[in-house]
Design a binder for this molecule. Structure first.
Ligand code: MCN
Ligand code: CUM
Length: 790
């Protein structure tokens, strides 16, 4: 059923599902009392800074660190040769490729790490970095992934197997090629589109950083780090270093934004650990902003050619997609093993697609490695952008309104669970209702009239729609793993004698409000007020093993684990209540926060009484205590969706695009905290506006990063951000324990094509069929100039 909002079943004091409880973490954040890596200072701590290459591809002839080593406070300079001696100069990437910790022979991208300099203070380390002399011999640079695949291109990774002496990393296919070719051949028309989704970077407020603290006496490593996946880090560190996992504690603190950029294990982390092992002192390393923009993992960089088959009356018959993915010098994408192109084959989107075939090739180039990071669950943003742009071009080809075209081709709500031709099973959806709500809210018909009048006067106004389907919540574990680690997630709940509780989780908040929402899940299931439920994440010594937070998976996986663990506790309290009330457990029924004897409303035991009894008055034969753990393996992913409509006005003189209105209707199933979900959507929309209009990391022919500072890499501020108008529909997930779907990335995935479609809509009468993002004033002005309009 599709509802506008669900009514809470608990009181505001208990604050279970559906209450807009204020975030428990905010008092410390708004008072500047958060604790980030930079705030953590350990006794006897020293600093590391990193020497980086100015060349995108070069041979290292020699490194001379003698002058640096003689400088005040300098303790060590670590090079690739030092690591090679210990077999630590390469490390595995999460995608099963390998990555240099420090280079021995060749540097592969501009700003790659070349040496770590450790000194008593940060300033001494930075000064000494400038005194490390590296003699480079420049090598030919490959920046264009198409050229990388040409037969005469230099092979960038000769370390790969003898059968892989070329720059193609992998080729991946999904769907039925022959059936799709046949469907397109039989179509009345085939509409093509070429889209480039540029490289972008998350630029979270807190850059990456760590403190490696090796204690030689106890042979124990404490690793403080700003990471989205602490347990995975612990396992990787153990595998790389040989230190037993029981002697490694990974500890996060508050995280100043992750957005995917804090999933990979960066070379700086490994160098810090080696430095601490060598010196026996805590070693802190924190990137500066330019290092973060130039060397951390990137997102997108997909060159996509897509074709859609259509009948003359506007029915979609099939979709064929060919893509080239630029992965930089190593495949370090944090994609599940089976999915080298992530979940890109969700590209059939919200449409009832008879046939589809998707193929992706990945290429090495002389750019930083990475992939997927930037608020996108495994390449879904690229997929959604393509299908939503293509659907608009399809509508235009058959002279249909883009809203009507979508309504005609949407999967109908009676078709769920819906199997896509590329193999996904969408759990639930109601796309018609969401789009209709967005059309009504923005006043679509009026806007079309206004647009026609303006066009007659020569003014440029456009309306763009995006009706996206997201795919979030990996596992199930039989399909999803990262470096072999199955993708489930976990929760452990302990209820204390006086009725308060602690929840420990394998996921990791970076600003999403887990301390609040996970407490609300316990409040909903057990009736313990959310204010009395402490949520703890990010300490691998105490939390149950989990895969971490990315791909909007926390609510679908750890949220489910929390509910199931709470239900195990509830079941135990039923037996406690039966003992105390001297009745059979079968005679009891649960109403929020208490067990009642059926038919006797005055005979009940509250959760607080039962918690106390678990430690003071449990029956013979029952274990004392009140706690439970759950490792939840989801049966399927969840498929949140939404319909966004954007109105833009374009200035003919400057090419400036102004987003006049933006309506976002989102559906993430049942909602834990409506205010937090709204916050996620507002932030996500701004992070969708960013690549649509401003952000791009590009390189010149020599592989120089052209957007290595905030002067060139433009982040939208409050000035550029329009007043988002949001609304909801609620279509619960049928398989999730409390009907929720993830939402953390929906808006970033859904927003860019709405904006791009609005811009193309404003320019379509001039013959424009696509404008690649970021849609800068210069790009638009050039088009207007060419068309003789500017
Ligand atoms: N929520 C809810 N009801 C739902 C779904 C979610 O109340 N039906 C709540 C959750 O309980 C959680 C928040 O909304 O507090 C986001 O939940 P979810 O969709 O499960 O996503 P995750 O917690 O797994 O967060 C990951 C997601 C990702 S992948 C990126 S990238 C991103 C995002 O969250 N990074 C963020 N939002 C971010 N927000 C902040 N402030 N900082 C980041 O780095
Ligand atoms: Cu890929 S950005 Mo989020 O999934 O951490």
């Amino acid at each position: 059923m599709t509802l506008d909002a669900q009514a809470p079943t608990t009181t505001p004091e208990v604050a279970g599902m559906g209450h807009s409880m204020k975030r428990k973490e905010d008092p410390r954040f708004i008072r500047g009392q958060g604790e980030y890596i930079e705030d953590v200072v350990l006794p006897n701590m020293v600093w590391m800074d990193i020497v980086r290459t100015p060349y995108a591809h070069a041979r290292i002839k020699s490194i001379d660190a003698s002058e640096a080593l003689a400088m005040p406070g300098v303790l060590a300079v670590i090079t690739g040769k030092d690591l090679e001696a210990a077999g630590l100069h390469w490390m595995p990437t999460l995608a099963g490729d390998k990555q240099m910790v420090l280079p021995v022979d060749e540097v592969m991208y501009q700003s790659q790490e070349v040496a770590g300099v450790i000194a008593e203070t940060r300033y001494q380390a930075a000064d000494a970095v400038a005194a490390v002399y590296v003699d480079y011999e420049p090598l030919p640079v490959v920046v264009d992934p198409f050229k990388a695949l040409e037969p005469d291109a230099p092979v960038l990774r000769p370390d790969r197997g003898p059968d892989k002496q070329h720059n193609r990393i992998w080729h991946w296919e999904s769907g039925d090629r022959a059936a799709t070719d046949a469907a397109l051949a039989a179509s009345d028309r085939v509409v093509p589109i070429d889209v480039y989704i540029p490289r972008i970077h998350v630029a979270s407020i807190e850059t990456c950083g760590c403190i490696a603290d090796y204690d030689p006496v106890n042979a124990h490593l404490d690793f403080h780090v700003t990471s989205q996946a602490p347990h995975v880090y612990r396992t990787v560190i153990s595998l790389v270093s040989g230190i037993p996992e029981s002697s490694i504690r990974v500890k996060t603190h508050d995280i100043g934004g992750g957005f995917g950029g804090k999933v990979p294990v960066y070379p700086g982390y490994v160098i810090s650990i080696v430095a601490s092992l060598t010196l026996g002192r805590p070693v802190k390393w924190i990137e500066d902003r330019s290092e973060n923009l130039q060397a951390d993992s990137f997102a997108r960089d997909y060159h996509i050619h897509a074709e859609m088959g259509l009948t003359d009356d506007g029915a979609i018959t099939g979709l064929r997609v060919k893509t080239l993915a630029d992965h930089g010098y190593t495949d370090a994408a944090a994609d599940p093993s089976k999915y080298p192109a992530g979940l890109f084959n969700v590209i059939t989107g919200s449409y009832d697609m008879p046939q589809a075939f998707v193929e992706v090739d990945a290429a090495y180039t002389n750019k930083p490695p990475g992939g997927v990071a930037y608020r996108c669950s495994f390449r879904v943003t690229e997929a959604v952008h393509t299908i939503e742009r293509l659907v608009d071009e399809g509508a235009r080809a058959v002279a249909m309104d883009p809203a009507a075209f979508r309504m005609k081709n949407f999967i109908r709500k009676d078709q769920f669970p819906y199997k896509t031709p590329t193999g996904w099973e969408y759990d639930s959806g109601d796309y018609h209702t969401a789009l209709q709500k967005a059309l009504d809210m923005i006043g679509y018909d009026e806007l079309r009239k206004e647009q026609a009048e303006k066009r007659a006067r020569g003014e440029l106004m456009g309306i763009g729609i995006s009706s996206f389907t997201e795919i979030v919540g990996a596992g199930p574990s039989h399909e999803f793993d990262i470096i072999g680690l199955k993708m489930f997630d976990s929760a452990e709940i302990r209820v204390h004698p006086t009725g308060s509780a602690i929840v420990r989780l394998g996921v990791q908040s970076q600003g999403q409000g887990h301390e609040t929402t996970f407490a609300q899940i316990v409040a909903e299931e057990l009736g313990i007020p959310a204010s009395k439920v402490k949520v703890e994440e990010g300490d691998t010594d105490t939390a149950p093993y989990g895969l971490g937070t990315y791909a909007s998976r926390s609510t679908p996986t750890a949220g489910a684990a929390t509910a199931i663990a709470a239900r195990k506790i509830r079941e135990k309290t039923r037996h406690l209540a039966a003992h105390l009330l001297e009745c059979s457990p079968d005679d009891l029924e649960w109403t929020p926060g208490q067990w009642n004897v059926k038919g006797s409303p005055d005979r009940f035991k509250t959760i607080a009484e039962l918690a106390f009894a678990a430690y003071t008055d449990h029956p013979a034969g029952m274990e004392a205590g009140l706690e439970a753990t759950d490792y939840y393996d989801p049966p399927n992913l969840t498929f949140p969706f939404g319909s966004y409509i954007c109105v833009v006005d374009i200035d003919k003189g400057t090419g400036q695009v102004k987003v006049r209105r933006f309506v976002a209707i989102d559906d993430c199933g049942n909602i834990i905290n409506p205010m937090i979900v709204d916050g996620q959507i507002h932030g996500g929309l701004t992070m969708g506006l960013a690549p649509a209009l401003y952000e791009e990391i590009s390189y010149d022919e020599q592989g120089n990063n052209l957007a290595g500072t905030f002067m060139d890499y433009l982040l939208p501020t409050a000035m550029e951000t329009p007043a988002w108008e949001t609304g909801k529909t609620i279509t619960p997930s049928p398989h999730h324990p409390f009907g929720a779907k993830g939402v953390g990335e929906s808006a970033t995935v859904g927003a860019p094509p709405a904006i791009a479609n609005a811009v193309v809509d404003a320019l379509a009468h001039l013959g424009v069929t696509n404008v690649d993002i970021p849609i800068t004033p210069q790009k638009v002005w050039r088009i207007l100039h060419e068309k003789g309009v500017a």
